[in-house]
Design a protein around this ligand. Structure first.
Ligand SMILES: [Zn+2]
Length: 465
């Protein structure tokens, strides 16, 4: 009994001096060590997709949360494939936030790696494993943030949801299953943190930018099919299917899609000037006017990292004709990988391409799922948290929004009214950042560990009371 009273007094004193959310004695070294050990275990769960086998990852997370007293559910979506969903309750005064990660990884050929890709080996200060960048490290940090919030008894104004989905790399069935079958578990959220973003360390050891993805271009793939009379290659005819297709494609590849400056691209270019070309700020911050200048326009167009942000793009990627050199085929096919800016309408773009092709005999059809490009704002609590936290940990780094050329599932969640961001909590070198989907995928241990505090600070700032 006496013991209980003493405990109570100690607890009371602790609560008075260190109110929840501001406890002075968080042992980060312990959390970081655990985050490291757990990541190594997570790497050893082979979730190469195909086939995925993500249920094992879902079980891994739910077992971890069960030990901590955090409620976690496994949702089976196909044999061997499952999502994990855990939730920490807030007081309901604000809408929930979601920490989203995918548990699958792309395949890895062990012959090409210097360490086995599913061993979680630590070498020269780096953790090696498929998923080290994309995105097991971030998924693990999200889980550790949940654990830390629970252990530190942080009082929350909003629910914090951990969602680990299967199959991001191939078919997005994990996310689509959630949206179709458990929409109520995600749809009410206000914010979502997902993979994406880029914080590259440059010479001198610092990252000039903390790039947070707020929008992405939407893939809109098109197939062009020309049909005509088949025949012998020795007797050519001008309107043979491959000839007509070649002429149409010439027009397509020569076509310059219109330049469109959105408030987002304007902000991005302004940030670029702020860091890279301070003397040219005027020019970069008045993009629409500056692009009328031929030299500046050329400079922007020739920079592959910049050009895609200003227009819908078209890459000719697939060409198919006859199987034999001496046969004129009855059909010739080409495929275009087009990517649309946020705010664009796929149907309108299709009409535009039809006008450029200018040949009614060529069939043009979309072959990708229609995904309307979208964008999240930078004037809300979430964005201010990114700026405040990055500013605290990396005072010289500029937080800047990014429009990515690729596609992530954030696009799907934005459609539910959730402001979704590709936010990477750690920095990396160019060399490491180039390893996702490649060989020797890895992350520097010290950067991974530092990322825990960054993500924890962001979440507590947005969801803490
Ligand atoms: Zn990924």
């Amino acid at each position: 009994m006496r013991k209980v009273v003493v405990c109570f007094i100690v607890l009371l004193a602790a609560t008075l001096f260190f109110p929840a959310g501001a406890r002075a004695q968080t042992d980060w070294t312990k959390y970081e060590a655990q985050a490291t050990e757990l990541l190594r275990q997570y790497f050893r769960i082979d979730t190469s997709n195909p086939p995925g086998n993500e249920r094992r990852a879902a079980e891994f997370f739910c077992a971890l949360f069960a030990k901590e007293g955090i409620e976690c559910q496994i949702f089976d979506i196909a044999p061997g494939r499952a999502n994990a969903y855990a939730r920490l309750k807030g007081d309901g005064s604000k809408r929930p936030m979601i920490l989203l990660n995918h548990t699958d990884v792309v395949n890895a050929d062990p012959k090409l790696w210097s360490v086995p890709p599913f061993s979680g080996e630590l070498r020269n200060g780096a953790l090696y494993g498929r998923g080290a960048q994309d995105m097991k490290s971030e998924g693990m940090l999200q889980a550790m943030v949940m654990i830390a919030l629970k252990r530190e008894r942080v009082k929350l104004s909003r629910d914090v949801i951990f969602l680990a989905v299967a199959d991001e790399e191939v078919g997005t069935i994990g996310t689509e299953w959630m949206v179709q079958n458990k929409r109520e578990l995600v749809a009410g959220a206000e914010f979502l943190i997902n993979e994406g973003g880029e914080n590259l360390i440059e010479e001198g050891g610092a990252a000039p930018f903390w790039g947070v993805d707020v929008a992405e271009k939407a893939p809109y793939w098109l197939r062009l099919t020309a049909r005509g009379k088949a025949g012998h290659g020795s007797v050519p005819h001008a309107d043979a299917a491959p000839h007509r297709l070649a002429r149409a494609l010439q027009r397509v590849v020569d076509y310059e899609t219109p330049v469109r400056v959105t408030p987002l691209t304007q902000q991005i270019f302004c940030d670029i000037a702020r860091v890279r070309f301070p003397s040219e700020k005027e020019k970069f911050c008045n993009l629409e006017t500056s692009l009328r200048d031929a030299a500046f326009r050329k400079r922007v167009s020739e920079n592959a990292d910049w050009a895609f942000m200003l227009r819908n793009t078209i890459s000719l990627t697939v060409l198919r004709g006859g199987p034999q050199t001496n046969v004129i085929p009855a059909e010739a096919v080409a495929e275009l990988d087009a990517r649309l800016l946020p705010g664009e309408e796929p149907q309108k773009f299709l009409e535009e391409i039809k006008r450029v092709v200018a040949d009614d005999s060529i069939a043009i059809e979309p072959i990708s799922k229609i995904r309307t490009p979208n964008e999240s704002p930078t004037d809300n609590e979430m964005w201010r948290a990114f700026e405040a936290v990055v500013g605290k940990h990396f005072p010289k780094t500029v937080v800047s929004p990014r429009l990515t050329s690729g596609y992530t599932e954030s696009q799907i969640y934005r459609q539910l009214g959730i402001a979704s961001y590709g936010f990477c909590p750690f920095v990396s070198t160019r060399e490491e950042a180039d390893t996702p989907h490649g060989t020797d995928e890895r992350i520097l241990l010290k950067e991974y560990q530092a990322g825990l505090r960054v993500l924890y600070d962001v979440v507590t700032r947005v969801a803490g009371k």
